[in-house]
Each structure stands twice: as structure tokens, then as C-alpha cells.
Design a protein around this ligand. Structure first.
Ligand SMILES: NC(=O)c1ccc[n+]([C@@H]2O[C@H](COP(=O)([O-])OP(=O)(O)OC[C@H]3O[C@@H](n4cnc5c(N)ncnc54)[C@H](O)[C@@H]3O)[C@@H](O)[C@H]2O)c1
Length: 352
């Protein structure tokens, strides 16, 4: 597979490295910053450009990985698919479920592979939890918890991450989408029928008062914009009857040590499984020989970026989706996100 990378920032670099590791050829790098494009291109012996439109006529290019700020996902993915390229599109799929639906339609009409970058399906814990749940060991699954609490983790304060027009939102659309996708994946893709949620903006709005320890995509730009949420909470009811309790924060005052930074827990009437998002083991609860038992499944590390790229490459070769999120699955995540924002604004649940 000959791959172009659009956006040579933090994740673009990781996709390029993963592609080389799994035997794809990175032939084109685009970034609006000529320095970034040239620097990453030099590492991969690729051609550098500042404008993605230079890619579409390159017949030797099979696919692109789109790794630019969120507001560019929809227009660039449309252009790429219409030019006959398969697409690995970073999350979130787009800024709204309506835009996701258009992408899904175009992928189908143009017969392009469009895979959304929900990498947590490929972590050691994510894939082991999926395989364990698929054995049926949990029985009837009735509830899931998905929590991720960064204490002071707002990215790029005042940059594109915190500007709603460019990002579509804050902690929810940046990190919450990973949690939602992972739970949908683990639960076998149920459909949300009721969503109530609240989005809070408590830390980033007071830009100068925000005391942080680290900041990816930093340093802060105090003359920039912060008009997104730094914490979101939601309760989602699925058509299966199961519920999801979602908590995601870029910043919050949850004292360190009172709860793990992240936890995914899936509860069934016969068993349960819980793990940390970046953990190296699953905790399982079940009955063994008529007794309640807790046990720990230790896992070898997994290179999720490489596994994701390998899965994408296989999908491109076989013309069939693999483990990675399909357009309709990406759209489903976005519909829940849209509903949480709507419910937060109206203070009533959104029924679907
Ligand atoms: N899957 C994951 O775990 C994960 C992790 C990080 C980021 N992401 C996603 O990847 C995307 C990029 O995030 P990032 O952290 O790499 O951001 P970043 O700011 O580090 O990089 C974005 C790059 O895009 C370039 N760019 C902006 N506009 C462009 C344009 N019109 N044409 C070409 N290049 C352009 C910028 O110059 C920059 O180099 C976001 O959508 C983010 O949500 C996903």
C-alpha cells in the first residue's frame, strides 16, 4: 500500500511510523506547515507538499491517513474518496452526525474503504476484553461504565483543540469518542435510544488561572479561544436495555488516588470485566465452582497504532472492513456525541 499522510503533527508522525513498521510505503506527506511536511517527509523518503489537493491526481497513491484538526476531517475525506483513495480518518469522524452520514454515503457509493481511527479497539486490554466478552462469560450485559479523568490535561489551550469551530467540542469529542466507540464495540454495537448529558466548562475558560502540569499540543496561547467543555457526563440507554455511564474530563478536581484515571467496566448478570484504558491487564469477576471469584488476566503489550494500520492495509487489499471502525459505526458514535451536547443545552434527554 502506498500511503499519503495529511497532517504531519503528533498523530500523523505516529501513523507514518506505524505504516513503515507494517510494510506500507509512505510516499507523500502534506502539512500546511512546509517545515513539518519536509521534516516528516525526510524521515520516510517521501514527497512533501503544503496542499492536500496535490495528492488527488497521484495514481500511484492508494490511500491517505487524515490527521488534521477535526473540522478538516469531513471535507478532506470527501475529496480523498471522490479521488478514488481509501481513507484512514482520525477521530472524531466529523463535527456532526449529518456530516458523518454524508461520508458514509460517499464511501458506499464510491466503494472506498473509510476506517475511523478508534485505536482503543487495538490495545491489549481493548482486544482482550472484546474476545472475553464474545465468549458469553458475562451473561446478560446490563451496564457499562466508561470513565476517563484527566486532572489537568487540557490540550493546546487557546489552540485548535479548544476552539469549537475547529474542534467541534472539548473533552467529549476529543477523548469521550474513544470511550463511546470502545463500549459500543464491546457491547456488539447496540443503538442508543435515549441520551442525557451535561457538558461543563470550568477550567479552560479562566485561561490565565489554569494551573497545569503538562499540556500536549501546547504551549498555551492566551490570546486564543476556549469555548468548549472540559468535562462531560452522560447516561445512555441502548436498545438492548443496557446503559452506559460516561464520564470524561480534560480537567477536574477529582483528588488523585480516589479513583483510577480511567476505567472501563462491563457488567453482566454472570460476570464482569474491568480495565484501565492504557492498562496491561483485565480484572475479571465470575463464579468458579460455585464461588465468587476475582481474577487478573495479564496481557502482553500491543502496538495499537501498528495493529490498526495493519488492519487498514488488509481492508484496502481485501476490500472488506476489518476490526477498525466502519463509517456507520463512526456515525453512531457521533450521534451520541451530538445528543449529549443537545441534552446539555436543553436539560432534557434526547430520544432516538
Ligand atoms: N487516535 C488517537 O488516539 C489520536 C491521538 C491524537 C490525535 N488524534 C486526532 O488526530 C488529529 C490531529 O491531531 P494532532 O494531535 O496530530 O494535532 P496536531 O495539531 O499535532 O497536528 C495537526 C497537523 O495538521 C496540520 N494542518 C492543519 N491544517 C492543515 C491543512 N489544511 N492541510 C494540511 N495540514 C494541516 C497542522 O499544521 C499540524 O501539523 C485530530 O483530529 C485528533 O483528534 C487522534
Amino acid at each position: 500500500m502506498r500511503l499519503g499522510i495529511i497532517g504531519a503533527g503528533a498523530i500523523g508522525e505516529r501513523h507514518a511510523a506505524a505504516a513503515e513498521q507494517v510494510g506500507a510505503r509512505v510516499t507523500r506527506i502534506v502539512d500546511k506547515s512546509p517545515e513539518r511536511a519536509a521534516s516528516l517527509a525526510a524521515k520516510h523518503d517521501a514527497v512533501a507538499d503544503v496542499d492536500a489537493d496535490t495528492l488527488w491526481d497521484d495514481d500511484a497513491l492508494d490511500a491517505v491517513a487524515i490527521c488534521v484538526p477535526n473540522f478538516l476531517h469531513h471535507p478532506l475525506a470527501l475529496k480523498a474518496m471522490r479521488a478514488g483513495k481509501d481513507v484512514l480518518l482520525e477521530k472524531p469522524m466529523a463535527l456532526s452526525a449529518i456530516d458523518c452520514a454524508e461520508l458514509a454515503d460517499v464511501a458506499e457509493q464510491s466503494r472506498r474503504i473509510l476506517q475511523i481511527g478508534y485505536t482503543h479497539r487495538f490495545t491489549a486490554v481493548g482486544s482482550a476484553a472484546h474476545d472475553y466478552i464474545a465468549t458469553g462469560a458475562l451473561g446478560d450485559i446490563y451496564h457499562a461504565k466508561a470513565h476517563l479523568h484527566l486532572r489537568r490535561g487540557i490540550p493546546g489551550l487557546g489552540g485548535w483543540f479548544t476552539n469549537k469551530a475547529l474542534s467541534g467540542g472539548g473533552a467529549l469529542i476529543d477523548l469521550g469518542v474513544h470511550l463511546i466507540d470502545l463500549v459500543l464495540y464491546l457491547l456488539g454495537q447496540p443503538r442508543a435510544v435515549s441520551v442525557s448529558g451535561k457538558a461543563y466548562s470550568k477550567f479552560g475558560v479562566k485561561m490565565k488561572d489554569y494551573v497545569y502540569e503538562s499540556m500536549w499540543a501546547g504551549p498555551p496561547n492566551y490570546s486564543g479561544t476556549f469555548d468548549v467543555e472540559d468535562h462531560a457526563t452522560a447516561m445512555i440507554v441502548f436498545d438492548s436495555g443496557a446503559t452506559l455511564d460516561l464520564q470524561v474530563a480534560w480537567a477536574c478536581n477529582l483528588p488523585t488516588g480516589t479513583a483510577p484515571d480511567s476505567m472501563i467496566a462491563i457488567l453482566g448478570d454472570r460476570g464482569g470485566v474491568a480495565f484501565e484504558l492504557f492498562g496491561d491487564h483485565l480484572l475479571l469477576r465470575n463464579q468458579v465452582a460455585g464461588r465468587n471469584a476475582d481474577c487478573k488476566m495479564s496481557l502482553a503489550p500491543a502496538e495499537q497504532m501498528e495493529l490498526q494500520m495493519e488492519d487498514f492495509m488488509t481492508a484496502v487489499r481485501t476490500r472488506r472492513p476489518g476490526i477498525g471502525a466502519t463509517p456507520l459505526e463512526g456515525q453512531k458514535v457521533q450521534l451520541i456525541v451530538d445528543s449529549i451536547y443537545e441534552s446539555s443545552n436543553t436539560n432534557v434527554p434526547v430520544e432516538q
